[in-house]
Design a protein around this ligand. Structure first.
Ligand SMILES: NC(=O)c1ccc[n+]([C@@H]2O[C@H](COP(=O)([O-])OP(=O)(O)OC[C@H]3O[C@@H](n4cnc5c(N)ncnc54)[C@H](OP(=O)(O)O)[C@@H]3O)[C@@H](O)[C@H]2O)c1
Length: 313
């Protein structure tokens, strides 16, 4: 996402090289959205995959978000005819014959999830898609969707400071045999150990408006990061590595997405795979950063109000 949108400027050449470097080290999952840079991110992936074998690479695509010429968000379209339209365009941009996991980026309660999932199931029958996923969907939506076609994966924000998924969504996924791809594992850079109070953000950077990056909230959240830094350093690790390893250890059914947009970030993230945290380390981490320790919500209030995953039924 950050290679094309929402996190300020990025360098296309470096982005492509970062994707290629990830694949070279054995990373197999690439997550994108057709609305990340309005097609730009899919074109980066196409470029990165040029000349490579398609098999063995898992491409996850989110769709549904509509945007205007300036990139403003206009809503979410999950109607069956929209699903087929979005899918056709994504296949063209990606230059691939199939998408491994296809998912609605946000649930729109006006359009029954059954209709959207039914349309993706048709794309599976036609050979254009392999598996159905969901993103930021609530427990009830997951159950309704799963009744139409097996859901393979639900994508949710999940990190040391965003643990709401543990209440109802993760247990439901486990009951139904659905995996979770965790995004925001570094809380969009806040938990990376590289964010500072004086970091400048462009007005169109998501983090310029996110509650956790503002004023007193930022001070409190950065203080949490410093407590994590002490624990990480004692293990010979960086803050980012400890934050990624913590998510990795939540279960084999949880796959962390890492938003590295440069090779140096990828190189920092990769050793997390080998970082072993004992029960006592995990206890130290959770005492340093208790479940609801973050100051500020993970999205602005107007966005939180529309998240299906935050709906209490
Ligand atoms: N389903 C959804 O609603 C949803 C929402 C958001 C994202 N996602 C998916 O999840 C992916 C990851 O999300 P995210 O980018 O928000 O997550 P993230 O991994 O929490 O944050 C990534 C950001 O952290 C900073 N960073 C600092 N050190 C890093 C390091 N060593 N490795 C990686 N990043 C480091 C970078 O920001 P700077 O370069 O600015 O320092 C980078 O852009 C996205 O690419 C997207 O595919 C899904």
């Amino acid at each position: 996402m950050g290679m094309s949108d929402l996190y300020g400027p990025a360098d296309d050449q470096e982005s492509v090289r970062t994707i290629q470097a990830a694949l070279d080290t054995g990373i197999t999952l690439l997550d994108t959205g057709d609305y990340y840079g309005m097609g730009h991110n899919e074109l980066l992936i196409r470029e990165a995959l040029r000349g490579r074998k398609r098999e063995g690479i898992v491409i996850s695509v989110k769709f549904g978000a509509m945007r205007d010429v300036k990139g403003n968000w206009l809503g979410v379209d999950g109607r069956p005819e929209a699903v087929k339209n979005f899918c056709g365009y994504s296949l063209r941009r990606l230059g691939t014959e199939y998408i491994d996991i296809y998912r609605l980026g946000r649930v729109n309660p006006q359009i029954p999830i059954e209709d959207t999932v039914g349309a993706i199931a048709e794309m599976i029958t036609a050979g254009y898609v392999r598996h159905v996923g969901l993103s930021e969907a609530g427990e009830q939506t997951i159950r309704r969707a799963h009744a139409i076609h097996p859901i393979s994966d639900v994508q949710m924000e999940y990190s040391l400071i965003s643990r709401g998924v543990e209440d109802a969504i993760l247990p439901a996924c486990r009951e139904l045999g659905i995996s979770v791809t965790a995004y925001g594992v570094l809380s969009r850079g806040l938990l990376s150990g590289h964010w500072s109070k004086d970091r400048q953000t462009a007005p169109n950077d998501f983090r310029a408006h996110n509650p956790r990056f503002q004023g007193d909230n930022l001070d409190r959240n950065l203080a949490l990061v410093e407590t994590l830094r002490h624990i990480a350093q004692a293990k010979g690790a960086t803050v980012a590595q400890a934050a990624i390893a913590w998510v990795l250890l939540r279960g084999e059914d949880i796959v962390p997405l890492i938003g590295a947009r440069r090779r140096e970030q990828l190189n920092e993230a990769l050793p997390s795979l080998a970082l072993s945290l004992s029960a006592s380390d995990l206890g130290d981490i959770e005492r340093a950063i208790p479940k609801d320790a973050a100051a500020g919500q993970r999205y602005a209030p107007q966005v939180m109000a529309h998240l299906d995953s935050e709906r209490r039924s």
